[in-house]
Ligand binder design. Structure first.
Ligand code: UD1
Length: 432
């Protein structure tokens, strides 16, 4: 339990990191958080039993499974990373509001329930506070299919007499909207074409999963996705979640920041091409095998210029982690954040550790320092949390990292994985 209150005293989990370690060894990557959080709602479209492997054991998955059970899914966990979901008989199209508000990807329940039941109610999605995160493009897509969507009193209600395929042009490249519209149109009448679609690996993974269940989706991974509606999905299928591109990138950058030597196994190297290029630019060494990436670094990283972009550009979800490398780089670097407004909150925490970063809102300037020192810092969001763990491992002295609920939402066994490659890191429970 990350947080609890006992007799008026707040008890919090913290990570205590004794820094100054160069990470070395092998680390195995889990299934992708952002894929599984769409695959699980996608099962609602299927009147059958899905077995899904390579499930990351993270708290967002646990909440989502509880929601699916409330909707009538029968779920078993034969092993910690495998799940079977029987969605033959649903009992509700209304997801518990409080639970859906706990994480961002609950918005995928809208597309799935709308597709299966022609009606869906969820609470306003939560998740990391990265600035305004509208869902107007999701709604525009549902409306193009003939649904009526109302956002009222903390909930979103979508209804349709029937769903009819139509063209949808996304005004902004959105992963969430692309996947959600895909989900809603699988069982629609006719063809839906999503133009200016997101191309992230998990968009492709969701399309592959839906096609395995009997959907007819073409073009995922390009910016035009065509969904030919089918009458029913009624399959018993087995599927394996794609490896987590962001977790793999996090460990690649941990090798760079700590001047370490890591082999990152069970990943898809092509998903990380832009990061590989940046690491080489920064003076790092990268060797690619079929499903592993070897990264090692001898000196301080070179300065760099980073601009976050939709895939295949540099992922915003690796921005804080590369920020740690730039904080200790040789020279002055710049990051331009073009996806989310408030993604530099972690820089204030890094500055507590001796970094010299100026947050200018849409960009940040990193004046590289030779070393960081341990401090008490807070995970301001999920990826910021991962970045601060890396910073703690780099820093001289002891770092105490709090607000771990963010990290536990998206990284499986993170401290265990870092410990195995040499980090001195423990989780403690402390009174606040
Ligand atoms: C998803 C990922 C998140 C990642 C992000 C970008 C999940 C659960 N989360 O978030 O980890 O950081 O993609 O790769 O998969 N936008 C609109 N209107 C919309 C939808 C989005 O204006 O209807 C804007 C957003 O504010 C943002 C940009 O589009 O500026 C991209 O957002 P999007 O790709 O939708 O991100 P999420 O799905 O929220």
């Amino acid at each position: 339990m990350e947080f609890c209150k006992f007799m008026g005293v707040i008890i919090l989990d913290k990570l205590v990191i004794k820094g100054g370690t160069r990470l070395k060894g092998e680390v195995s990557i889990s299934g992708a958080k952002n894929a599984v959080l769409a695959l699980l709602p996608a099962t609602l479209l299927n009147e059958g039993v899905c077995t899904i492997n390579n499930i990351p054991n993270i708290s967002d998955v646990k909440i989502l499974c509880s929601i699916l059970q409330e909707l009538g899914a029968v779920i078993t966990w034969p092993t910690p990373n495998e799940i079977t979901i029987d969605t033959r008989h649903l009992i509700s199209h209304e997801a518990p509001l409080e639970m859906t508000s706990k994480f961002r990807a609950s918005y995928y329940l809208l597309g799935s329930l709308l597709g299966r039941c022609h009606a869906a109610t969820i609470g306003l999605p939560g998740g990391c506070n990265l600035g305004p995160r509208p869902i107007d493009q999701h709604i525009k897509g549902f409306e193009a299919l003939g649904a009526k969507v109302e956002v009222t009193q903390g909930k979103i209600v979508a209804k349709a007499k029937k769903l009819i395929g139509n063209p949808v042009y996304l005004d902004i490249v959105s992963v969430g909207a692309t996947i959600n519209i895909m989900l809603a149109s699988v069982l629609a009448e006719g063809t839906t074409v999503i133009d200016n679609a997101a191309k992230e690996p998990h968009v492709v993974d969701v399309a592959n999963f839906l096609n395995t269940m009997g959907a007819d989706i073409r073009g995922a991974g390009t910016d035009i996705i065509k969904i030919n509606g089918v009458k029913k999905l009624q399959s018993n299928v087995t599927y394996s979640v794609v490896p987590d591109q962001i977790e793999a990138g996090t460990f690649m950058l941990a090798a760079v920041a700590t001047r370490g030597d890591l082999v990152i196994k069970n990943c898809i190297p092509e998903h990380l091409d832009c990061l590989t290029a940046k690491i080489i630019e920064m003076g790092g060494n990268v060797e690619i095998e079929d499903d592993s990436i070897h990264v090692w670094m001898k000196d301080r990283p070179n300065k760099a210029i980073i601009k976050t972009q939709p895939y295949p550009g540099f992922p915003t979800d690796l921005q804080p982690q590369i920020g740690v490398c730039l904080a200790i780089s040789n020279g002055t670097s710049i990051i331009n954040e073009s996806i989310f407004e408030s993604r530099f909150q972690y820089t204030a925490e890094l500055n507590k550790m001796g970094a010299k970063i100026i947050d200018q809102g849409k960009s940040a300037i990193f004046e590289g320092v030779k070393e960081l020192y341990g401090s008490s810092v807070e995970a301001t969001d999920l990826r910021a949390g991962a970045a601060l763990i890396i910073a703690g491992i780099v820093a001289n002295g002891e770092t105490k990292l709090s607000n771990l609920n963010h990290i536990d939402r998206g990284y499986e066994n993170i401290e265990e994985k870092f410990r195995k490659i040499g980090a001195n890191i423990v989780r403690i429970t402390e009174e606040d």
